[in-house]
Design a protein around this ligand. Structure first.
Ligand code: AHR
Length: 502
């Protein structure tokens, strides 16, 4: 059997992890909101119409921030439609997804739901069909205490205390021709700069995310980032990255190595941010917000048949399988390995729409395969990210060469005196015998071992059999002279937890 050596040292610190790296996303799209989080006729609905079973599953994921209300949807959204008395809210055609938006759930209702799930809002403003004026008014409505037109309107709408929204996205995927109000990098960079300036004049405490490329293969990638930052560097705090993965050509070996592309994308965007910093002789560092990432490909073709102007039709309801879950686990490792610069990330999305949580109308809520790696990483991956030194075999596949079989990151939690070690064996062919030297973190015993392994790549959970693909709780290994010896099976994602001694 192939062997690998690993070692972890307390001093090999990547960064303190910003918990917002475990963010997610709810867009007014498909059944994410209506018949997803909100279904007033459901037997499990609370007084406000939100499903308690969904709330429970979201809470378990411990998602600290949720991007809202889009996505492509936000680029045609009039925020004023979604506030105030519900019976006066207009129905609008949504040109992003060709549906009818009723605005039954808006700012106030979504904020109430966020409180139920212990999360906060990352609010996107419309820089597609609208601009700086609507955006600064929205900041005034949400965050200004009182005594101005928009803040007093909020109070008349029954919300005395400001929402106090801290994190704001300056539009969505403005580089994409599919976007309402698509712009050139220069047009967007100028607009982002002016909008950011005015939003911050209303509330200097907010943090702003400018749009980077909507995927790494965009023809404008890199030039887009450089130009946007050239125009808006001093006014923005983060640059966004979006990317979706898929295995449409059935090449599982390359698919499972998808973390390489994510890593490359992140490193390239960091290089561009730092290039503009140098060019501007700026003291400020721009960090990254990977605010859309996930697997999305299962429904791309079938969704083309959906009739236009329906209300909340099922859309982007990808059913995820074992290999998708492995990839998601691997992508989380990559995000943590880059947590010195990736401060926020949003698994896109959260309920029904390319989501870890699915619902049946009037029926069950259930968890997809990808729920599990996200759950374990979010719950146990808080603290300081530590680099894992690895000496082990590598392989070539169709899309990448020299791929390390093992991918790994560790998270040290000083307060809880624990270390979580996340390990993926990307090889589809070989199990690996590993020896992990933990003396550098003073681990004295293994307290948990969870493995997602051994399923058919296409095995999936469904409403009828939701427990098909779940990680196994394995016996905890014994440490010998501060080292763990174990086998990680081919195509597996694993989490080991250790107690840290004095
Ligand atoms: O998450 C689905 C869509 O993917 C979002 O609306 C858009 O931003 C991206 O293209």
């Amino acid at each position: 059997m192939n062997k690998a050596k690993m070692s972890i040292d307390r001093l090999n610190r990547i960064s303190a992890i910003d918990n917002r790296i475990y963010g997610s996303f709810i867009e007014h799209l498909g059944r994410a909101v209506y018949n997803g989080i909100y279904e007033p006729e459901h037997p499990m609905a609370n007084k406000k119409g939100f499903r308690k079973d969904v709330i429970q599953l979201v809470k378990e994921l411990q998602v600290p921030i949720i991007r809202y209300p889009g996505g492509n949807f936000v680029s045609g959204f009039n925020w004023e439609d979604s506030v105030g008395p519900r019976e006066q809210r207009p129905k609008r055609l949504d040109l992003a997804w060709f549906t009818t938006e009723t605005n039954e759930v808006g700012m106030q209702e979504f904020d109430e739901w966020l409180q139920e799930v212990n999360s906060e809002m990352m609010l996107a403003v419309n820089l597609g069909t609208r601009g700086a004026d609507a955006a600064r008014n929205l900041v005034e409505y949400c965050n200004h205490r009182e005594g101005s037109f928009w803040s007093d309107l909020r109070i008349r709408h029954g919300k005395k205390a400001p929402y106090g929204i801290k994190t704001w996205c300056l539009g969505n995927e403005m580089d994409g021709p599919w976007q309402m109000g698509h712009k050139t990098a220069y047009e967007y960079g100028r607009l982002a700069n002016e909008t950011a300036k005015m939003m911050r004049w209303v509330d200097p405490s907010i943090e702003l995310v400018a749009c980077g490329s909507s995927k790494m293969v965009m023809p404008t990638f890199a030039d887009w980032e450089a130009m946007v930052l050239t125009e808006a560097y001093e006014e923005v705090d983060y640059l966004s990255l979006h990317n979706y993965w898929g295995n449409s050509d059935g090449d599982t070996e390359s698919y499972l190595a998808g973390g390489i592309l994510m890593d490359d994308f992140i490193k390239s965007v960091i290089a561009i941010c730092d290039y503009v910093k140098a060019k501007k002789r700026s003291k400020k560092k721009i960090n990254l917000s990977f605010d859309e990432w996930n697997v999305w490909y299962h429904t791309k073709e079938s969704d083309k048949q959906i009739e236009h102007w329906l209300q909340a039709p099922p859309r982007l309801e990808d059913i995820y399988n074992f290999e998708d879950a492995l990839l998601v686990g691997g992508l989380l490792i990559t995000l943590l390995k880059n947590s010195d610069r990736v401060k926020m990330a949003c698994l896109a999305q959260l309920v029904n729409v390319i989501a870890p949580i699915m619902t049946e109308v009037g029926g069950k809520a259930w968890t997809q395969t990808i729920y599990y790696p996200f759950y374990y990483t979010s719950v146990y991956g808080r603290g300081e990210a530590l680099k894992v030194n690895i000496e082990g075999p590598r392989f070539d596949c169709k899309q990448y060469t020299d791929v390390p079989m093992l991918d790994s990151v560790a998270v040290y939690n000083e307060e809880e005196e624990t270390l979580a070690l996340f390990v993926m064996n990307r090889s589809i062919k070989e199990d690996l015998e590993i020896t992990c030297d933990l003396r550098g973190v003073k681990a004295d015993r293994c307290i948990g071992n969870v493995a997602l392994e051994g399923y058919d790549y296409k095995a999936a959970n469904t409403a009828e059999s939701p427990g098909c693909v779940v990680p196994a709780q394995k016996p905890t290994g014994i440490l010998e002279a501060g080292s763990m010896h174990t086998v990680v099976s081919r195509s597996s994602w694993n989490m080991f937890r250790f107690h840290i001694g004095k």
